[in-house]
Design a protein around this ligand. Structure first.
Ligand SMILES: *Cc1c(COP(=O)(O)O)cnc(C)c1O
Length: 379
């Protein structure tokens, strides 16, 4: 059997070891520390100083802290894009708040301006204005920033920008993660760069950064002894993990370039296959890192073609592919919560498939992927 081709694997720069060793030499094998400070500075530079960075142990904790800093409490309502990974929505439940799910539009697969406004109006009519909106740049594709933020501004609702999959993506030449009241990044092993596990909160002031660190390090009051007046969390990034991240930052631009080349590869693979639509940016306002390449497979019962038979054909050759995220309002854990939309996300889920897109894909891997796909579609 040929070696397994995974959906999205990390690529090492070779410098990770050096920075991990620094943490060991310094004997700071715990959370926070010099590597964490350096990592924050480097990420801040990457964002041209347009955001304050708090390094955390996951993207999920970053979303949770954003909700806390926006004052989301039990009984509050928070709007969340339904087509996303569960980590976007789970922190709403951590706060005992109520998620309100909103459908996607066809162009970016992200939160739909029309459905969003309908949802906001209806929730206000029912007596509660949503406390925040979690909008996602799914698969690295920026959401319709101008439209979504215009609506949020009109109703004065802050946006948490889930940029976990969109490090390096841009809208009108401005980097994703810098549009919202808060942005979040993930450095999980499958994302653009990894710290083995990690994330970051992007905020607009040093004050908010300080507050984020306060909550992320157990909310200690200013006292010699350990005194606590608020609920704290253990969410700070580890100094060892930040070492991995410092090694990874060296290939951040390269990783994005490689992911975008993978996209060109799939463009070529599918150029003459009419039953497949490759998900792409719709115009030059959008710049995607193409974290994952996704396709819509038009079902054809005569030839037994659909996204699942294609997935199985790839699996037979030890190539991983995966249906796109199952919408949150269809998930057993979220089924009881309100949903606004027109089943766009459901349609996308029905026919959508994610293809191997890691920055470690080799030419040999691509050759194998292309062969399976072309023969599946008889060309
Ligand atoms: C990965 C991911 C997260 C969570 O990040 P972790 O670092 O794994 O906690 C949140 N939202 C989206 C859309 C993601 O893909």
């Amino acid at each position: 059997m040929d070696k397994r081709i995974f959906l999205s694997l990390a690529q090492q720069s070779g410098f990770e070891q050096e920075y991990i060793q620094k943490a060991l030499d310094f004997n700071w094998i715990t959370s926070g520390g010099p590597n964490v400070d350096d990592f924050e500075t480097k990420i801040q530079d990457y964002f041209n100083g347009e955001a304050f960075i708090t390094a955390l142990n996951s993207g999920t904790s970053a979303i949770h802290l954003a909700l806390i800093l926006l004052g989301v409490k039990a009984g509050d309502e928070v709007i969340c894009q339904t087509l996303t990974f569960s980590a976007s929505a789970n922190p709403i439940l951590y706060q005992n708040a109520t998620p309100v799910f909103v459908d996607s539009e066809q162009e970016t697969w992200n939160i739909c301006p029309n459905s969003l406004e309908i949802a906001i109006k209806d929730r206000i009519k029912k007596g509660k204005k949503p406390k925040a909106i979690i909008a996602v740049h799914l698969y690295g594709m920026p959401y319709k920033v101008d439209e979504i933020h215009a609506i949020a501004d009109r109703y004065e609702i802050p946006i948490i920008e889930d940029s976990a999959e969109a490090l390096g993506s841009k809208y009108k030449d401005k980097k994703c993660g810098t549009f919202g009241s808060f942005g979040i990044l993930s450095f999980n092993g499958n994302k653009i760069i990894t710290t083995s596990s990690g994330g970051a909160l992007l905020s607009n002031s040093s004050d908010l950064k300080e507050k984020a660190i306060f909550y992320a390090t157990q909310a200690r009051d200013k006292a010699v002894h350990y005194q606590h007046s608020e609920i704290g969390y253990n969410y700070r990034m580890s100094n060892v993990c930040a070492g991995v991240g410092l090694g990874q930052i060296k290939i951040l631009d390269l990783n994005i370039e490689t992911r975008r080349k993978n996209h060109s590869f799939y463009k070529d693979v599918f150029c003459d296959i009419e039953d497949v639509e490759l998900f792409e940016v719709s115009n030059e306002n959008f710049y995607s890192n193409y974290w994952l390449n996704t396709i819509l497979v038009k079902p054809n019962s005569q030839n037994n073609i659909n996204k699942e038979t294609l997935r199985l054909a790839l699996e037979t050759e030890n190539i991983e592919s995966r249906p796109i995220w199952k919408p949150m309002h269809l998930q057993p854990i979220f089924r009881e919560f309100p949903y606004y939309g027109e089943k766009v996300a459901e349609e996308l889920f029905l026919n959508g498939l994610c293809l191997p897109s890691g920055s470690s894909l080799t030419n040999e891997d691509k050759y194998r992927i292309k062969k399976v796909i072309r023969s599946f579609f008889n060309c």
